[in-house]
Design a protein. Structure first.
Length: 298
Protein backbone atom coordinates (compact mmCIF):
# COMPACT_ATOMS: atom_id res chain seq x y z
CA UNK A 1 0.00 0.00 0.00
CA UNK A 2 2.87 2.36 0.85
CA UNK A 3 4.37 1.64 -2.58
CA UNK A 4 1.14 2.62 -4.30
CA UNK A 5 0.88 5.79 -2.26
CA UNK A 6 4.46 6.70 -3.17
CA UNK A 7 3.77 6.09 -6.86
CA UNK A 8 0.68 8.32 -6.78
CA UNK A 9 2.59 11.03 -5.01
CA UNK A 10 5.41 10.82 -7.58
CA UNK A 11 2.96 11.11 -10.50
CA UNK A 12 1.32 14.17 -8.94
CA UNK A 13 4.72 15.76 -8.38
CA UNK A 14 5.66 15.24 -12.05
CA UNK A 15 2.42 16.85 -13.19
CA UNK A 16 3.02 19.90 -11.00
CA UNK A 17 6.58 20.26 -12.24
CA UNK A 18 5.50 20.10 -15.96
CA UNK A 19 2.27 22.18 -16.31
CA UNK A 20 2.96 23.04 -19.98
CA UNK A 21 2.21 19.53 -21.13
CA UNK A 22 -1.08 19.41 -19.25
CA UNK A 23 -2.15 22.85 -20.56
CA UNK A 24 -1.22 21.75 -24.07
CA UNK A 25 -3.35 18.69 -23.65
CA UNK A 26 -6.18 20.85 -22.39
CA UNK A 27 -5.79 23.15 -25.41
CA UNK A 28 -5.79 20.17 -27.76
CA UNK A 29 -8.90 18.72 -26.19
CA UNK A 30 -10.53 22.17 -26.15
CA UNK A 31 -9.72 22.79 -29.83
CA UNK A 32 -10.99 19.36 -30.68
CA UNK A 33 -14.24 20.16 -28.90
CA UNK A 34 -14.47 23.50 -30.74
CA UNK A 35 -13.90 21.83 -34.08
CA UNK A 36 -16.59 19.33 -33.25
CA UNK A 37 -18.92 22.13 -32.17
CA UNK A 38 -18.15 24.23 -35.25
CA UNK A 39 -18.68 21.28 -37.51
CA UNK A 40 -22.02 20.75 -35.84
CA UNK A 41 -23.00 24.44 -35.93
CA UNK A 42 -21.89 25.11 -39.51
CA UNK A 43 -24.58 22.98 -41.13
CA UNK A 44 -27.19 24.61 -38.90
CA UNK A 45 -26.06 28.08 -39.93
CA UNK A 46 -26.08 27.06 -43.54
CA UNK A 47 -29.57 25.71 -43.15
CA UNK A 48 -30.72 28.95 -41.48
CA UNK A 49 -29.09 31.06 -44.20
CA UNK A 50 -30.74 28.92 -46.87
CA UNK A 51 -34.13 29.32 -45.18
CA UNK A 52 -33.64 33.09 -44.88
CA UNK A 53 -32.67 33.40 -48.53
CA UNK A 54 -35.66 31.37 -49.64
CA UNK A 55 -37.92 33.44 -47.39
CA UNK A 56 -36.62 36.63 -48.98
CA UNK A 57 -37.31 35.23 -52.41
CA UNK A 58 -40.77 34.14 -51.42
CA UNK A 59 -41.72 37.36 -49.64
CA UNK A 60 -43.28 40.08 -51.79
CA UNK A 61 -41.11 43.11 -52.43
CA UNK A 62 -42.57 46.17 -50.73
CA UNK A 63 -41.15 49.42 -52.01
CA UNK A 64 -41.15 52.42 -49.71
CA UNK A 65 -43.01 55.23 -51.42
CA UNK A 66 -42.36 57.82 -48.72
CA UNK A 67 -45.97 58.89 -49.00
CA UNK A 68 -47.46 61.55 -46.76
CA UNK A 69 -50.18 60.47 -44.38
CA UNK A 70 -53.53 62.01 -45.37
CA UNK A 71 -54.74 64.68 -43.00
CA UNK A 72 -57.61 62.49 -41.85
CA UNK A 73 -55.10 59.82 -40.87
CA UNK A 74 -52.99 62.32 -38.94
CA UNK A 75 -55.91 63.79 -37.05
CA UNK A 76 -57.67 60.48 -36.43
CA UNK A 77 -55.40 59.76 -33.46
CA UNK A 78 -55.21 63.35 -32.24
CA UNK A 79 -56.21 63.97 -28.64
CA UNK A 80 -56.97 67.55 -29.59
CA UNK A 81 -59.58 66.44 -32.13
CA UNK A 82 -61.22 64.11 -29.60
CA UNK A 83 -61.24 66.77 -26.91
CA UNK A 84 -62.84 69.35 -29.23
CA UNK A 85 -65.45 66.92 -30.56
CA UNK A 86 -66.51 66.11 -27.00
CA UNK A 87 -67.33 69.76 -26.37
CA UNK A 88 -69.63 70.03 -29.42
CA UNK A 89 -73.36 69.36 -29.48
CA UNK A 90 -74.80 67.02 -32.16
CA UNK A 91 -75.93 70.06 -34.17
CA UNK A 92 -72.46 71.59 -34.00
CA UNK A 93 -70.89 68.34 -35.14
CA UNK A 94 -73.20 68.28 -38.16
CA UNK A 95 -72.27 71.89 -38.90
CA UNK A 96 -68.61 70.86 -39.03
CA UNK A 97 -69.42 68.92 -42.21
CA UNK A 98 -70.37 72.08 -44.12
CA UNK A 99 -67.92 74.08 -46.24
CA UNK A 100 -69.27 77.45 -47.40
CA UNK A 101 -68.19 79.54 -50.38
CA UNK A 102 -66.40 82.80 -49.57
CA UNK A 103 -65.23 85.70 -51.76
CA UNK A 104 -62.89 88.59 -51.09
CA UNK A 105 -64.21 90.77 -53.94
CA UNK A 106 -67.81 91.19 -52.80
CA UNK A 107 -69.77 93.60 -50.62
CA UNK A 108 -69.77 93.83 -46.86
CA UNK A 109 -73.19 92.20 -46.66
CA UNK A 110 -71.77 89.05 -48.28
CA UNK A 111 -68.88 88.97 -45.83
CA UNK A 112 -71.25 89.41 -42.90
CA UNK A 113 -73.45 86.56 -44.09
CA UNK A 114 -70.48 84.19 -43.87
CA UNK A 115 -69.66 85.52 -40.40
CA UNK A 116 -73.23 84.80 -39.34
CA UNK A 117 -72.95 81.17 -40.46
CA UNK A 118 -69.71 80.80 -38.52
CA UNK A 119 -70.98 82.38 -35.32
CA UNK A 120 -74.54 81.02 -35.29
CA UNK A 121 -74.02 77.50 -36.62
CA UNK A 122 -70.30 76.80 -36.30
CA UNK A 123 -69.68 75.66 -39.89
CA UNK A 124 -66.54 73.60 -40.38
CA UNK A 125 -64.83 75.20 -43.37
CA UNK A 126 -64.62 77.73 -46.18
CA UNK A 127 -63.78 77.47 -49.86
CA UNK A 128 -62.50 80.73 -51.31
CA UNK A 129 -63.20 81.84 -54.84
CA UNK A 130 -62.52 85.16 -56.62
CA UNK A 131 -60.74 88.04 -54.96
CA UNK A 132 -57.26 89.21 -54.06
CA UNK A 133 -54.55 87.76 -51.81
CA UNK A 134 -54.36 90.64 -49.31
CA UNK A 135 -58.13 91.07 -49.05
CA UNK A 136 -58.59 87.32 -48.64
CA UNK A 137 -55.95 87.10 -45.91
CA UNK A 138 -57.59 89.88 -43.90
CA UNK A 139 -61.01 88.33 -44.37
CA UNK A 140 -59.78 84.88 -43.34
CA UNK A 141 -58.21 86.29 -40.17
CA UNK A 142 -61.61 87.76 -39.33
CA UNK A 143 -63.43 84.49 -39.97
CA UNK A 144 -60.93 82.39 -38.00
CA UNK A 145 -61.23 84.73 -35.01
CA UNK A 146 -65.02 84.25 -35.06
CA UNK A 147 -64.92 80.44 -35.19
CA UNK A 148 -64.93 78.29 -32.08
CA UNK A 149 -63.22 75.46 -33.99
CA UNK A 150 -60.43 76.37 -36.46
CA UNK A 151 -61.85 76.50 -39.98
CA UNK A 152 -60.66 74.09 -42.67
CA UNK A 153 -59.89 76.40 -45.61
CA UNK A 154 -59.82 75.30 -49.24
CA UNK A 155 -59.61 76.62 -52.78
CA UNK A 156 -60.30 75.16 -56.20
CA UNK A 157 -56.88 76.08 -57.60
CA UNK A 158 -55.90 73.60 -60.29
CA UNK A 159 -53.03 75.74 -61.63
CA UNK A 160 -52.35 77.62 -58.42
CA UNK A 161 -54.17 80.38 -56.57
CA UNK A 162 -53.86 82.50 -59.72
CA UNK A 163 -56.85 80.52 -60.98
CA UNK A 164 -58.96 82.51 -58.46
CA UNK A 165 -56.99 85.51 -57.22
CA UNK A 166 -55.56 88.55 -58.95
CA UNK A 167 -51.96 89.82 -58.68
CA UNK A 168 -50.40 86.42 -57.93
CA UNK A 169 -48.18 84.00 -59.85
CA UNK A 170 -50.09 81.80 -62.31
CA UNK A 171 -48.81 78.39 -63.34
CA UNK A 172 -49.44 76.61 -66.67
CA UNK A 173 -52.64 74.70 -67.36
CA UNK A 174 -52.48 70.96 -66.78
CA UNK A 175 -52.66 70.19 -70.50
CA UNK A 176 -49.54 72.32 -71.02
CA UNK A 177 -47.71 70.41 -68.30
CA UNK A 178 -49.01 67.11 -69.68
CA UNK A 179 -46.49 67.35 -72.51
CA UNK A 180 -43.52 67.79 -70.17
CA UNK A 181 -41.22 64.77 -70.07
CA UNK A 182 -39.48 65.71 -66.82
CA UNK A 183 -42.07 64.91 -64.16
CA UNK A 184 -39.88 66.55 -61.52
CA UNK A 185 -41.16 69.87 -62.90
CA UNK A 186 -44.72 68.81 -62.08
CA UNK A 187 -43.65 67.89 -58.55
CA UNK A 188 -41.92 71.26 -58.17
CA UNK A 189 -45.07 73.03 -59.34
CA UNK A 190 -46.97 71.18 -56.62
CA UNK A 191 -44.59 72.40 -53.92
CA UNK A 192 -44.81 75.98 -55.19
CA UNK A 193 -48.60 75.88 -55.25
CA UNK A 194 -48.51 74.52 -51.69
CA UNK A 195 -46.31 77.47 -50.66
CA UNK A 196 -48.97 79.84 -52.03
CA UNK A 197 -51.65 78.03 -50.03
CA UNK A 198 -49.71 78.11 -46.78
CA UNK A 199 -48.90 81.79 -47.21
CA UNK A 200 -52.65 82.45 -47.47
CA UNK A 201 -53.56 80.23 -44.50
CA UNK A 202 -55.30 77.53 -46.57
CA UNK A 203 -55.17 73.76 -46.16
CA UNK A 204 -56.92 71.97 -49.05
CA UNK A 205 -56.54 72.27 -52.82
CA UNK A 206 -59.29 70.70 -54.92
CA UNK A 207 -56.73 69.44 -57.43
CA UNK A 208 -55.39 67.65 -59.40
CA UNK A 209 -57.85 66.94 -62.19
CA UNK A 210 -57.32 63.24 -62.99
CA UNK A 211 -59.89 63.00 -65.78
CA UNK A 212 -58.65 61.35 -68.98
CA UNK A 213 -59.46 63.82 -71.75
CA UNK A 214 -60.77 61.39 -74.38
CA UNK A 215 -63.74 63.33 -75.75
CA UNK A 216 -63.01 66.31 -78.00
CA UNK A 217 -66.60 67.54 -77.54
CA UNK A 218 -66.14 67.89 -73.77
CA UNK A 219 -67.06 71.49 -72.92
CA UNK A 220 -65.70 71.66 -69.39
CA UNK A 221 -62.50 69.56 -68.99
CA UNK A 222 -60.24 70.14 -72.00
CA UNK A 223 -57.09 72.01 -70.94
CA UNK A 224 -57.78 71.14 -67.28
CA UNK A 225 -56.70 67.55 -68.00
CA UNK A 226 -53.11 66.30 -68.41
CA UNK A 227 -54.12 64.58 -71.66
CA UNK A 228 -55.71 61.51 -73.22
CA UNK A 229 -53.21 58.85 -72.07
CA UNK A 230 -54.21 57.22 -68.79
CA UNK A 231 -50.63 56.43 -67.70
CA UNK A 232 -49.45 59.98 -68.33
CA UNK A 233 -52.51 61.42 -66.58
CA UNK A 234 -51.88 59.15 -63.59
CA UNK A 235 -48.16 59.91 -63.25
CA UNK A 236 -48.55 63.67 -63.68
CA UNK A 237 -51.40 63.69 -61.17
CA UNK A 238 -49.30 61.73 -58.69
CA UNK A 239 -46.32 64.08 -58.96
CA UNK A 240 -48.54 67.14 -58.53
CA UNK A 241 -50.33 65.54 -55.59
CA UNK A 242 -47.09 64.45 -53.95
CA UNK A 243 -45.53 67.89 -54.34
CA UNK A 244 -48.46 69.49 -52.53
CA UNK A 245 -48.83 66.88 -49.81
CA UNK A 246 -45.10 66.70 -49.10
CA UNK A 247 -45.37 70.44 -48.41
CA UNK A 248 -48.37 69.96 -46.08
CA UNK A 249 -51.35 70.76 -48.34
CA UNK A 250 -54.13 68.23 -48.81
CA UNK A 251 -54.67 67.22 -52.46
CA UNK A 252 -58.02 66.09 -53.89
CA UNK A 253 -58.40 63.88 -56.98
CA UNK A 254 -61.34 64.87 -59.17
CA UNK A 255 -63.85 64.48 -60.84
CA UNK A 256 -64.84 61.02 -59.62
CA UNK A 257 -65.74 58.67 -61.31
CA UNK A 258 -64.33 60.42 -64.40
CA UNK A 259 -65.46 63.51 -66.32
CA UNK A 260 -63.34 63.18 -69.45
CA UNK A 261 -65.76 61.42 -71.77
CA UNK A 262 -68.79 63.67 -71.37
CA UNK A 263 -70.42 66.25 -73.64
CA UNK A 264 -72.20 68.18 -70.87
CA UNK A 265 -71.01 70.90 -68.50
CA UNK A 266 -71.67 69.53 -65.02
CA UNK A 267 -72.09 73.10 -63.69
CA UNK A 268 -75.21 73.40 -65.81
CA UNK A 269 -76.61 69.86 -66.14
CA UNK A 270 -76.04 66.23 -65.12
CA UNK A 271 -73.50 64.47 -67.38
CA UNK A 272 -73.88 60.78 -68.21
CA UNK A 273 -71.16 58.19 -68.85
CA UNK A 274 -72.57 55.83 -71.48
CA UNK A 275 -69.95 53.13 -71.02
CA UNK A 276 -69.79 49.64 -69.53
CA UNK A 277 -68.17 48.45 -66.31
CA UNK A 278 -65.05 47.06 -67.98
CA UNK A 279 -64.34 50.33 -69.74
CA UNK A 280 -64.77 52.52 -66.66
CA UNK A 281 -62.58 50.18 -64.58
CA UNK A 282 -59.74 50.24 -67.08
CA UNK A 283 -59.81 53.90 -68.12
CA UNK A 284 -61.80 56.43 -66.09
CA UNK A 285 -61.12 54.82 -62.70
CA UNK A 286 -57.50 53.93 -63.46
CA UNK A 287 -55.97 57.21 -62.16
CA UNK A 288 -58.21 57.25 -59.09
CA UNK A 289 -57.25 53.70 -58.09
CA UNK A 290 -53.56 54.41 -58.53
CA UNK A 291 -53.60 57.63 -56.50
CA UNK A 292 -55.65 56.06 -53.73
CA UNK A 293 -53.03 53.32 -53.40
CA UNK A 294 -50.27 55.93 -53.35
CA UNK A 295 -51.70 58.15 -50.64
CA UNK A 296 -53.99 60.79 -52.15
CA UNK A 297 -55.56 62.73 -49.32
CA UNK A 298 -59.11 62.96 -50.65
Amino acid sequence: MSFLRSLSFLWLLLMLLNPADSSAQRRKSSSAQKKTTRSEVAPKRQQEATKAASAKKAAPVVQSRNLPVPFAGQLGQSRWVDSVMQTLTPDQRVAQLFMVAAYSNRKRIDEDSVSALIQQYGIGGLIFFQGGPVRQSKLLNRYQSQSKVPLLVAMDAEWGVGMRLDSVQRFPYQMSMGGVRDNQLVYDMGTEVAAQFKRLGMHVNFAPVVDVNNNAANPVIGYRSWGENRENVTEKSYQYMKGMQDAGILAVAKHFPGHGDTDTDSHLALPLLRIDRKRIDTLELYPFKSLIKRGIGA
